[in-house]
Design a protein around this ligand. Structure first.
Ligand code: SF4
Ligand code: SF4
Length: 340
């Protein structure tokens, strides 16, 4: 049975963080919040975690806040604007390392054994780290059901190509009405998969490798992400498969912190103000991603009288069950309340 530590006080759970699992080059994986969102993980929380590790781990050579670019258009689409937004949101206290390059083009391909996919495309900058603190703001998510440790790790560290791979089963599409025929996508497609017909770009599906570069470079947002080509359950499983690849790549040198505060129906990628659906619960720490997400779900369901289990369509029990079947952890956990 895995141990999950709980407290309303972040300082108390940090004392239970298993620093022996971390190496000398530590990345703190978090989400800086979309522009316009106000309920993302507060920088004060991240700063406390960052300073705790810096203070306690005497052999540290490198520590930074790490993240990858997102698939859709917005401030977090390129490294430069992503870092600028992170600083605007208060995360300028530490080095910020966007692992998949300026346009999300820097990918490290990892093997996935036993999952529903064979490979995971993650930010190449992961090579700069030997361990991760997965610092997660726990909340709802429209397609994945909820955003917990797996979502933060697997989806979050997918490069742009990886995020397209998880979200869609088909190539992007170009909107003829929006395309202005500038040819930027053609010049940036490394697979010669885009042609111009009647001054409108068109993707040749058989040639497209799903790198998602055309989505990033189109100046008018004419390249559409085929969100609806996948299902929630496929997305959830791919996220776990990506997490598995990263966990194995790092030889399981990961620790997990879930912040059950400002819990909203939708995720922090939403560029809008959201109201929390429940009072803040507290913080969890564990070495086990399955146990910490299961414990988070149980606590939030209890606090919301199961309202949380009913929002968003996805089966919220699927990710932990699937991850358990891949031996990534245990849904049987012992919750140790440090406040009692
Ligand atoms: S996703 Fe990549 S390979 Fe496919 S058309 Fe766009 S740029 Fe080309
Ligand atoms: S970059 Fe966008 S607007 Fe330009 S040709 Fe490609 S799809 Fe059309």
């Amino acid at each position: 049975m895995s141990k999950v530590y709980f407290s309303k006080d972040l300082g108390k759970v940090l004392e239970k963080l298993d620093l022996s699992k971390l190496g000398k080059r530590v990345g703190i994986k978090l989400h800086f919040g979309e522009k316009g969102n106000v309920t993302y993980l507060k920088p004060e929380i991240a700063k406390k975690v960052y300073e705790y590790i810096k203070d306690k781990k005497k052999d540290l050579e490198k520590i930074a806040l790490v993240e990858c670019n997102v698939l859709y258009r917005g401030e977090r689409m390129t490294r430069t604007s992503h870092i600028a937004l992170a600083k605007e949101h208060g995360f300028g206290f530490a080095d910020i390392d966007i692992l998949d390059g300026e346009y999300g083009e820097e990918t490290l391909t990892l093997k996935v054994e036993g999952g529903i996919i064979n490979e995971a495309k993650v930010g190449k900058g992961l090579e700069r780290y030997d361990s991760l603190v997965v610092l997660t703001h726990f909340k709802g998510h429209v397609m994945a059901g909820y955003g917990g440790a797996f979502k933060n790790l697997g989806m979050g560290l997918g490069s742009r190509a990886g995020k397209l791979h998880m979200h869609a089963n088909v190539s992007p599409k170009i909107s003829k009405s929006k395309c202005i025929g500038c040819g930027t996508c053609i010049r940036n497609c490394g697979s010669d998969a885009i042609v111009m017909k009647n001054n409108k770009a068109e993707i040749i599906n058989d040639k497209c490798t799903g790198c998602a570069m055309c989505i990033a470079v189109c100046p008018v947002g004419a390249v559409k992400i085929p969100w609806l080509s996948s299902t929630s359950s496929l997305l959830q499983k791919k996220i776990v498969d990506y997490s598995k690849a990263i966990i194995e790549y790092l030889n399981n040198r990961l620790v997990y912190i879930n912040a059950l505060v400002n819990i909203t129906k939708d995720c922090d990628c939403m560029g809008k103000k959201q109201k929390p659906i429940v009072e803040d619960i507290g913080f969890l720490v564990s070495n086990d991603p399955v146990a910490i997400d299961k414990a988070s779900l149980d606590l939030v369901n209890k606090a919301t009288h199961h309202l949380f289990s009913m929002i968003n369509v996805a089966n919220k029990n699927l990710p932990t069950k699937y991850a358990e079947s891949l031996s990534l952890g245990s849904s049987e956990y012992e919750l140790i309340n440090l406040d009692s």
